[in-house]
Ligand binder design. Structure first.
Ligand code: ZN
Length: 489
């Protein structure tokens, strides 16, 4: 009996100690992002919001649609967009040189007075995704009308990514028009095929590498501010410090083939189905770490004590947090490499046993996993099955994770917060952006545009009724004037 009592006492004391540790950590906890002080922030240069909105409307009317079949692209629309940019932004074009690479990607350079300083690179892309056939009638305004109504500029690309492109050009035109001269060289890189191959941005990155230019930072699309985050209901701005990689695995099963009226027990399709099931049934573990966890920590900072307690003590509650996030696919994607079987191929006819059946499995790589790890894991999953594994195309590794504590981060985060009124937290892009090509060229690559929107608004981009508010466009243009004046002025 005495032993039992002692055990109970010890257990009780341990629990009290644990509770005390959890309580102290909760009370003293601060998210780690933004440890260093920001630079002195330059004032915004005013931009004419109505003029910017009219310009975005015009830019939307050029149908720079990136089709899945690139041969269907109407390249003259890109050429018209280029001519329009030159005519619309005379001050910016007088201040900057312009070079075209890979056919239609634009590199603008605004030479700084001190060539020893590393330059900055600001990015946006010219192309847009197609309007899904059959959804045209659901658009309240025609998708390429660029109409301005109800305080919004409407149309495909308003948000992704002509809003940023126009905001950058408005910023340059406003600054140059007022005689601003940068100390650091400022580059604009406008990719022409972000939504398909991204070869434009890849060529631009190589352009920098060939000239041994190492930018101080690169800022591209890939994060925005929402008025109410899913965790605490407070506004939050996510400036992504990383993006996931991309790889597609081909799984192939071979067999004798023959007539489906006399099938053997194991056919190519059955073997393939087993292999796909095994690979998809062996997900990468969810871990509460990295930029995805930092987003949650940053959001929790503005929340009540239960949320703070969990994130402040992730040494204890990390697995619980990871499991909770794992229930929502978009949040789970921030914490691990995702596995998605997408295409299956078998016989050309229903009564034929295929000699060869294959599946494609699309992976989005978390920064802690390499493509090689994916291959090793898949091989282990299908051990004993007669299938072959090979890469479909060349895998793209996840980006490096940029600093979320140095002075550059703190400066950009402070500017983002002043623009949106929301705390700025690090994050990870679960899709892909043009800036992924700049990983080898720049130590810091950030992905953010200062659009402040309700969460539901995000479904409009790549979706129906895409639009951007005139207020957000103005916010973005003035934000870019401050980014340039603060970091390159
Ligand atoms: Zn985009």
């Amino acid at each position: 009996m005495k032993v039992v009592r002692n055990v109970a006492l010890i257990a009780g004391a341990s629990l009290l100690t644990l509770a005390a540790v959890v309580a102290v950590r909760t009370m003293t906890w601060k998210p780690e992002a933004g440890a260093e002080k920001p630079a002195a922030l330059a004032a915004a240069t005013p931009v004419d919001a109505a003029r910017a909105a009219a310009h975005l409307g015009e830019a939307i009317r050029f149908q720079t649609v990136s089709n899945q079949d690139v041969a269907a692209n109407r390249w003259e629309e890109w050429d018209r967009l280029h001519a329009w940019m030159q005519a619309t932004y005379p001050a910016a074009h007088a201040a900057m040189t312009r070079e075209v690479v890979d056919g239609r990607t634009l590199i603008y350079a605004w030479p700084g007075s001190d060539p020893k300083l590393p330059p900055i690179v600001l990015m946006a892309h010219q192309d847009v995704v197609p309007v899904t056939p059959g959804t045209e009638k659901d658009w309240v305004r025609p998708p390429f009308s660029g109409e301005i109504a109800e305080g919004y500029v409407w149309g495909r690309g308003a948000f992704d990514d002509k809003g940023s492109l126009v905001a950058l050009m408005e910023a340059a035109d406003a600054l140059a028009g007022r005689g601003f001269k940068p100390r650091r060289t400022v580059y604009f890189v406008f990719g022409h095929n972000e939504e398909t191959l991204g070869t434009g941005a890849a060529t631009a990155a190589k352009w920098f590498a060939d000239r041994k230019i190492r930018p101080e930072f690169v800022l591209d699309e890939g994060g925005v501010a929402v008025t109410s985050n899913a965790l605490t209901g407070e506004p939050v701005a996510v400036m992504s410090t990383a993006e996931k990689g991309y790889a597609t695995l081909r799984v192939t099963a071979s067999a004798e083939g023959g007539h489906s009226s006399a099938p053997p027990k194991e056919t190519a399709v059955v073997t393939l189905a087993r292999a796909v099931d095994r690979i998809a049934g062996d997900p990468f573990p969810l871990k509460f770490e990295g930029p995805g966890a930092q987003t949650v920590r940053g959001m929790a900072d503005g929340g009540g004590w239960p949320m703070r307690m969990l994130v402040a003590n992730d040494w204890l509650f990390g697995p619980l947090l990871a499991r909770k996030m794992g229930e929502t696919p978009e949040l789970a994607a921030m914490l691990h490499t995702t596995v998605a079987p997408t295409m299956l191929e078998g016989a050309p006819k229903e009564n034929v046993l295929p000699q060869r059946a294959s599946a494609l499995i699309n992976y989005r790589l978390h920064p802690r996993d390499k493509a090689e790890d994916v291959m090793v894991r898949a091989r282990r999953a299908v051990r004993g099955l007669p299938v072959e594994l090979s890469w479909e195309g060349t895998p793209v590794e996840a980006s490096p994770v940029s600093s979320s504590s140095d002075a550059t981060w703190s400066t950009l985060a402070a500017l983002a917060t002043e623009a949106t009124g929301a705390p700025t937290v690090p994050g990870i892009v679960i899709g892909a952006t043009d800036s992924r090509w700049f990983g080898p060229v720049a130590e810091r690559v950030y992905r953010f545009a200062p659009f402040l929107v309700p969460f539901e608004e995000l479904s409009r981009f790549h979706g129906t009724n895409e639009r951007v508010s005139v207020e957000n466009l103005d916010r973005a243009a003035e934000f870019y004037t401050r980014v340039i004046a603060t970091t390159a002025g």
